[in-house]
Every structure is written in C-alpha cells, then in structure tokens.
Design a protein around this ligand. Structure first.
Ligand code: IMP
Ligand code: MG
Length: 179
C-alpha cells in the first residue's frame, strides 16, 4: 500500500518552476511590504522553497484549514483550525497553496481574508487540477496544471503520509474514505 505508480512532477521541475514564480513575485512586490500566508499543512513545503527565490524582506503567517477530514474528496465545508497570528489590514497578502482542486477551500479563504481589508490579496499555487474547480479561482502565480488524479508528495498527503516526498506522484491506490 502507498506504492507510487508514477512521478507526475519531478523535484527538478518543481525547483525550476518555483525559481520562475519567485522571480515574478520579486518583481511584482518590489517596494511593497509582502506578507505570505501559507495554508497548512500542505503548503509548508512550497512556501519554504518558493520564499527562498523571493529577494524581498517577506513576513510569514500561517492558517490551518480543514476541508477533507480523513477523506480524499472535498466536502465544501471549511473549518479554521488555526487563524493568523496578526491582522492583515493594509497589507499586501499573497496566499500560498499546494493544490487547487474544487477551489472551495480557497474560495472560502479569499472571502474570509478579503473581509479583513488587506491592501491587496493574491494567490500562488503549485498545482491546479485541470477543469475541477467548482468556483472560479483567480490564481496569479501558477506552477503546474495536472490531470484529475489524487496526488501526494511535496506537502500533499494521503492520510497524513508522504508529504515529504520531494516530487509530486500518483499512488497505485490511496487510503481514506471516499465521501
Ligand atoms: P479544494 O478545496 O477541493 O480545492 O481542496 C483543497 C485542499 O484539498 C488542498 O489544499 C489539499 O490539502 C487537498 N487536496 C486536494 N487535492 C488533493 C490531492 O490530489 N492530494 C492530496 N490532497 C489534495
Ligand atoms: Mg490534505
């Protein structure tokens, strides 16, 4: 179980894409006070590696939300498990996500954070599942568009495992109750 069927995005491809995204963010936010908000737990790896390519004095904060429980299909119900440490009013906020599937988690987050009056609110995501969004999501910095498969690695888990794989992969079978 938890056997990898194929590597979808290699560590090398992730690294060079994050370098590109980081360069674009550096240009766009020059002279602005950038606050990166990572969506835990999945975004921890992309946040750390992307930020290393941004040549600006970034501030970091994290939110933890849950939309899945232990299942592998989105419920559309978002719970805030950990809120931000500080207020974001007047700040230039960039949300960092690992993957956009239904988009329901981000739709909720964007509305929740938008209501706190940031100076700007944009989104960076490493992966987007092609054609799976149930709500339109405006992603300013995108890594890779992938087919509708359940993926693990590089922050993404199957029931809390495999987040530490340095690449993004598809499993032969994945664990977790389908809803
Ligand atoms: P959404 O609300 O359906 O867009 O799902 C958002 C969250 O579900 C992501 O931040 C991930 O934590 C999780 N997720 C979505 N697709 C996958 C996947 O293929 N593998 C692992 N986690 C996923
Ligand atoms: Mg997850």
């Amino acid at each position: 179980m938890l056997k990898i069927a194929k590597v979808l995005v290699s560590a090398e491809d992730i690294e060079s894409k994050l370098a590109e995204m980081g360069a674009a963010i550096t240009e766009d936010y020059r002279g602005k006070d950038l606050l990166m908000i990572g969506v835990l737990k999945g975004a921890f790896m992309v946040m750390a590696d992307l930020a290393r390519h941004v040549r600006l004095p970034i501030e970091f904060d994290f939110m933890a939300v849950s939309s899945y429980g232990a299942a592998t299909k989105t419920s559309g119900v978002v719970r805030i498990l950990k809120d931000l440490d500080r207020q974001i009013e007047g700040r230039h906020v960039l949300i960092i996500e690992d993957i956009i599937d239904s988009g329901l988690t981000l739709d909720y987050l964007i509305r929740n954070l938008g209501a706190r009056n940031p100076a700007s609110l944009k989104l960076a995501a490493l992966l987007i599942k092609d054609g799976m969004q149930q709500v339109p999501i405006d992603v300013t910095y995108t890594g890779f568009t992938i087919p509708n498969e359940f993926v693990v690695g590089y922050g993404l888990d199957n029931v809390e495992r495999l987040r530490n794989l340095p690449y993004v992969a598809v499993l032969e079978e994945h664990l977790g109750a389908e809803m």
